[in-house]
Design a protein around this ligand. Structure first.
Ligand SMILES: Nc1ncnc2c1ncn2[C@@H]1O[C@H](COP(=O)(O)OP(=O)(O)OP(=O)(O)O)[C@@H](O)[C@H]1O
Length: 332
């Protein structure tokens, strides 16, 4: 039984194909992650799945309802927590939830119990009567998430839930998401830039880049499929760069090489045998190795292997301009 199913979903903005023929399914009760850099197509996909954008072509079914022909039914079954906080800073936490409950047409006689339940779940009972302006970033995000739970959705969409938060707060939010998942028995679809988030939180991850899904699997399977070890090398780029790479490619045990300027990432089944050979080639060609390291594969390596590049540092930051662009898109 699937909570989310897409078939050849495509969204174009003029000449830009933001989402390019993607098909995937999310099982009921799964935490599914969409991992990709800025511009990969995560938000566009999420907006289609939450009925905020219409697809150019293809199909998306949420809890059995088609997003294009039955958006109202879809909305009844989903919760959507946007990247940008939607709470009113000058209202208290409880007042914000009250407003949210009214907007969601929750029956009057149930409102207070539901608010009490979600406040307890996200541990904001003590702070409920304080104005949100006094809350930390993590508390605001928890309140945002609480608002998305009031109508007890079957499927919860979280758009980059921890962007801009420090790592400790981020980990706390993951704990809350896991708790919500268990207590409400929900399907959760989460988009993220953060490898660690996808790794820690998700049962399965879809890597999206350039509007296309590159691979879908559990983080464990993805890492295991990579081969044994990862060798990261930074060299001085020069005339013999290409020769260096082609000679490395010939070394036994080297399965794959990704180039990103002066940084090379090798996937090898026997790293300790490969490294001396790399040094030999570099000395023959007089290429300076600035650094070299041997590690076990991480989800970062999986990402590089499928996309040919890493998620750059800048991508991982919060960008208000992008948010404004997104809101403009909604109005378009
Ligand atoms: N209204 C629009 N008009 C033109 N191009 C758009 C529009 N909305 C999105 N795009 C383009 O579609 C592509 C996918 O954007 P999208 O916002 O879905 O990516 P993303 O993975 O969510 O990135 P981010 O993390 O920055 O939100 C990008 O190239 C973006 O510039």
């Amino acid at each position: 039984m699937y909570s989310i199913e897409t078939q050849s979903l495509t969204k174009s903005f003029g000449d830009t194909i933001a989402v390019n023929d993607i098909s995937f399914s999310v099982k009921k009760g799964e935490i599914f992650g969409f991992l990709g850099p800025n511009g990969a197509g995560k938000s566009t996909t999420m907006m289609i799945l939450t009925t905020l954008l219409k697809p150019t072509s293809g199909k998306a079914i949420i809890s059995g309802f088609d997003v294009s022909s039955n958006p109202k039914k879809v909305r009844e079954h989903i919760g959507y927590v946007q990247q940008e906080s939607t709470v009113d800073e000058y209202l208290t936490g409880r007042e914000n939830l009250l407003l949210q409950a009214k907007l969601n047409h929750i029956p009057r006689n149930e409102i207070n119990t539901r608010i009490d339940d979600v406040l307890e779940l996200i541990e904001l009972v003590d702070k409920q009567d304080q104005a949100v302006v006094t809350y930390s970033g993590g508390m605001r995000k928890r309140l945002d998430i609480a608002g998305g739970l009031l109508h007890r959705p079957k499927v919860l969409f979280l758009d980059e839930p921890t962007v801009g938060l420090d790592i400790q707060t981020r980990r706390k939010i993951w704990e809350y998401i896991k708790k919500i998942h268990t207590e409400f028995d929900m399907t959760i679809f989460v988009s993220t830039h953060y490898m660690e988030e996808a790794d820690q939180l998700c049962d399965r991850v879809g890597i999206i880049d350039g509007g296309k899904i590159q691979v879908i699997d559990s983080p464990e399977n993805m890492k295991n499929a990579m081969g044994n070890e990862v060798i990261s090398i930074v060299i001085d780029e020069g005339e013999k760069h290409e020769t260096f790479i082609s000679k490395i490619r010939e070394i036994e045990f080297v399965k794959k090489i990704n180039e990103d300027g002066s940084k090379l990432t090798l996937f090898a089944s026997n790293g300790t045998e490969v490294i001396p050979k790399i040094f030999q080639i570099s000395s023959e060609l007089e290429i300076k190795i600035k650094s070299i390291s041997l590690t076990q594969p991480t989800l970062d390596d999986v990402f590089i292997s499928y996309t040919g590049h890493e998620i750059k540092g800048d991508d991982a930051g919060y960008n208000r301009k992008r948010e404004h662009a997104k809101m403009k898109r909604l109005r378009a």
